[in-house]
Ligand binder design. Structure first.
Ligand code: F3S
Length: 66
């Protein structure tokens, strides 16, 4: 089954919160920066949209297989 790995480069994240606004089901703020609630998801849902809208492009969504 296809799965997706979701990662946030917290060195680059500026904590704008757009990802949490767009995709609260899988992003939350921790110490002023974003972190994915789940690092591996079975459905893209809003994760890709969050990545596309991050102003510093620090969210990666990549397809993986198990
Ligand atoms: Fe950070 Fe980008 Fe979200 S800057 S808070 S990962 S939209």
């Amino acid at each position: 089954m296809t799965k997706y790995r979701v990662t946030v480069d917290r060195e680059i994240c500026i904590g704008c919160g757009a990802c949490v606004g767009i995709c609260p089901e899988n992003f939350e703020m921790e110490d002023g920066k974003s972190k994915p609630k789940k690092k591996v998801v079975e459905k893209l849902s809003c994760n890709q949209e969050a990545a596309d809208n991050c102003p510093v492009s620090c969210i990666r969504v990549e397809k993986i297989k198990d």
